[in-house]
Design a protein around this ligand. Sequence first.
Ligand code: ADP
Length: 440
Amino acid sequence: MNASELTQQIKAVRQRADALQNHAKTSPLPPSEILHDSLEELNTALEELRVAEEEVRQQNEELRNIRYELEVERQRYKELFDFAPDAYLVTNTEGKILEANRTATSLFKISPKYIQGKLLINFVPENQRRAFRSQLISLEKIRQIQDWEIHLQTREHTGFDAAISITTMCDREGNPLGWRWLIRDITARKQAEEQLRAIRNENLQLQEATRLKSQFLAVMSHELRTPMNAILGFSQLLLRHPYNQFPPQARSMVERILSSARRLLVLIEDILDFSKLEAGRLELNLQEFSLAELVTTTVEELHCLAQQKNLTINVYINLKNPQIINDSDRLRQILVNLLSNAIKFTDVGNVNVEVLEIQDRVMLIVKDTGIGIGEVDLKNIFQEFRQVNQCLTRKHGGTGLGLAIVDQLVRLMKGSITVESKLAKGSTFRVELPRVVNKN
Ligand code: ADP
């Protein structure tokens, strides 16, 4: 029952009471009968009124419940608004702040009681105000703006970067009443982006420097190789002359020139290979050949080196199909590096070379009983210029480039290399390669 229905009902009761009064005045009936009738009528009217009152009370109760629920809901939204991680503002169409949540007040470093009534433009640095105003003008047409990046300032004029999204609030006719603002502090993101940009730039510069370094090394090595070949060639020629044609000691001097030149040439070749690999300029020359044959001949070449140290090299070949497709020179280079290291760093015992196949991959294992490599050094062993023991390497020679070249070559062949080692027990290097290596 609504208010007008209740008024109608009260009116009807009053009319009935008036009618009763008139009836009593004009009725020929005895007063007791009139009284009886009137009471009866009144009772009925009262009954109806009581029902109406009951209905109204019930409706009041319902209204109270609805109001309570509304209040709970309002409170919930207020909390969501206040504790939101982003700043929320409500302004009128002149940009005057009507409401602000806690994040907004802490973002602008202003107390809640002072933010209301302030113009939002106060928090825009002067040099950005023109742009800000023209955005507000355009907002009247476009109605909403998403993630507009702008520089804002706190009450104390400390600047920060913000991303702003704005929506227009309208009345029933669609006329704008004001704007809702979501302001997100993106200073940290901007700084991270800036840092990332700087790091990328630095990386590019580093890459360029590395490229230039590799190019320089490649050119230098090439230039060094030519005179070195002349030194090697001429000293070999000199050594072919009969003994008596040399003044005393000259022969051993030429021999030393030759061996030093050979060592230098190996070094130059290593630098050249390494710089080519680093610059991604080394190409594999792929062909089909027998892995078993390659291993046997390479071991034979190094046999003499092992013999000088009284070491035996054992070879175990377990291949049903020895044919593979790879770059035979580069694979030999890998094996020579691993084998000469094994010989270099082993004084007693032996060196084992094993070749086996696992489905469409082949495995080369070089195992020695030498000095081994400590746990800490093992992690960096494939890095260029890494040498475990400077004194030992000075004794044995070497540049620390061998394993770095092996590692890069194995990668180029889409294979992998692992090492297991224990100090004073020996080392095992395992190279796993696809049986058929493809060009990229
Ligand atoms: P190097 O020219 O110095 O031999 P490598 O890159 O071939 O350069 O090897 C790097 C270092 O790894 C060596 O100096 C040595 O300390 C260690 N190393 C490599 N192979 C072995 C091995 N089989 N046994 C012990 N140490 C080894």
